[in-house]
Design a protein around this ligand. Structure first.
Ligand code: DGY
Length: 447
């Protein structure tokens, strides 16, 4: 009997692995991978990071190429853009495209390819180390790793030089899209501080995905207005700092920066780049301490956000509030509290059918199980939490997060995000289909 169950289990795993590979192969476009063919037809920064990890199980050369294509679009000041608009023809499919974003004429921007003027969470340091550790012939690819470490180091340097005005060790984001968690309820109190114009534009995302699963029309007014204001500042960092109503010290962004700094420091030692090793260790210590001092919410027992523009803390229970675990900067005492919180009704509900980890606590008044970052489960966040809890020795919860992730994909398919409260009568996956980072995370979890 046990043998039959094991055979069935292994054929399910084989099937999922094969499908994950197929998703990456379908979305590969000669040097990079689109997140999802209709909805996101270009290259996105943090998507490519997770995707490169996935490629490392299938084709190491493509994993390296995925990152090289990002570095090829790096601005001369070190900035890495969140979108690289590789394909002019795909402009019809996506809004806001390169012209609306109006960043590619910036004097620091590359001339050979159009990019956006906002960034995304700094995942590349730990992604590179993930590849580095799997590389069989490190000497053969030494130049690639040296160049990559230097490019990512330059990006971090840009962040600390331009996004940390009080020299606190915490960098700010200046657009909600920079958080990667676009319509998080964390921003609601910021939207209340100003009124954007109403944009009468043709959104393309809602042509591909049900409007109920995407940010609202009203939300888009805020997003587009921030882009317009940035454009009016000609994407000049100082002017944007003085003008934009959205300047946030985000726990996920800063935690991933710490994790990436630590990875860069370790690789720099091996690659004999002592100045990078030293600087990245200084940065990771400083940012780690600042996260613990300024972004820890003692009342909730989770990490939160700081609204730098309005000088106030944003207290909210999101999945991203657990992300400092991934950076390894949480004390054992706080980690135990984080464990209790993820195991509480706020994230697990009182019924066993809730899958970890809802992006917003399910008892929050704004919780919406279908709307993008206001409730659904995202596999990249799950991967960070699974690794984070695991590294603190909390094996049980790590296993639950991993098993829930696999189950959601097995039952629904390779969606962009998932309903944490499964309804057996419908598909519980939403957004883009055949989503690349979902496939990449499954490859990691099943391998
Ligand atoms: C989108 O288009 O939804 C992206 O997240 C913004 O880059």
């Amino acid at each position: 009997m046990n043998q039959i169950i094991n055979i069935q289990k292994s054929s399910v795993i084989e099937d999922l692995l094969k499908k994950s590979e197929d998703v990456l192969k379908q979305n590969w476009r000669n040097g990079f991978t689109v997140p999802s063919s209709n909805l996101y037809p270009f290259q996105w920064l943090w998507d490519s990071g997770f995707i490169a990890m996935g490629w490392s199980f299938v084709d190491m050369e493509k994993a390296r190429q995925e990152l090289n294509t990002l570095f090829d679009a790096q601005w001369s000041n070190g900035f890495l853009p969140h979108i690289i608009f590789h394909d002019d023809n795909a402009e019809k499919q996506y809004f806001p495209g390169a012209d609306f974003q109006g960043a590619y004429t910036h004097p620091f921007a590359p001339k050979h390819v159009k990019t956006s003027g906002i960034t995304q969470p700094p995942v590349l340091g730990f992604v590179l180390e993930y590849l580095f550790e799997k590389e069989e012939k490190i000497t053969q690819y030494r130049d690639f790793y040296i160049n990559a470490v230097e490019a990512i180091y330059k990006f971090h340097q840009y962040l600390y030089q331009n996004r940390d005005p009080h020299n606190e060790g915490l960098v700010y984001i200046r657009h909600n899209w920079e958080s990667g968690t676009d319509n998080s309820a964390a921003w609601d109190s910021i939207w209340q501080t100003y009124t954007p114009p109403t944009y009468d534009v043709q959104r393309k995302d809602t042509a591909h995905v049900n409007q109920a699963q995407r940010p609202t029309k009203k939300d888009y007014n805020y997003y587009l207005h921030l882009i317009e204001q940035s454009k009016n500042c000609a994407y000049d960092e100082q002017k944007m700092y003085e003008t934009l109503p959205f300047l946030v010290q985000d726990p996920l962004f800063n935690s991933l920066l710490v994790a990436s700094n630590k990875s860069l420091a370790r690789m720099a030692v091996e690659l004999n780049l002592p100045h990078i090793a030293e600087q990245c260790s200084i940065w990771s210590d400083k940012t780690g301490q600042a996260i613990n001092t300024k972004l820890y919410d003692d009342e909730l027992g989770l990490y939160g956000y700081y609204d730098l523009k309005n000088e106030r803390f944003i207290s909210i229970a999101t999945a991203m509030g657990f992300s400092p675990l991934f950076a390894g900067i949480v004390s054992q005492q706080r980690a135990i509290r984080l464990l209790k919180i993820i195991e509480s009704d706020a994230f697990m509900g009182s019924e066993s059918s809730v899958c970890l980890c809802p992006s917003l606590a399910i008892n929050h008044q704004e919780f919406d199980p279908k709307r993008y970052w206001r409730g659904p489960v995202w596999l990249n966040i799950n991967w960070l939490l699974y690794k984070g809890f695991d590294s603190y020795g909390f094996k049980g919860i790590a296993r639950t997060i991993k098993n829930d992730s696999i189950r959601l994909v097995e039952e629904n398919g390779f969606f962009e995000y998932f309903n944490p409260i499964s309804d057996t009568n419908e598909v519980n996956g939403y957004g883009g289909q055949n989503f690349s980072w979902t496939a990449a995370i499954i490859l990691d979890m099943l391998n």
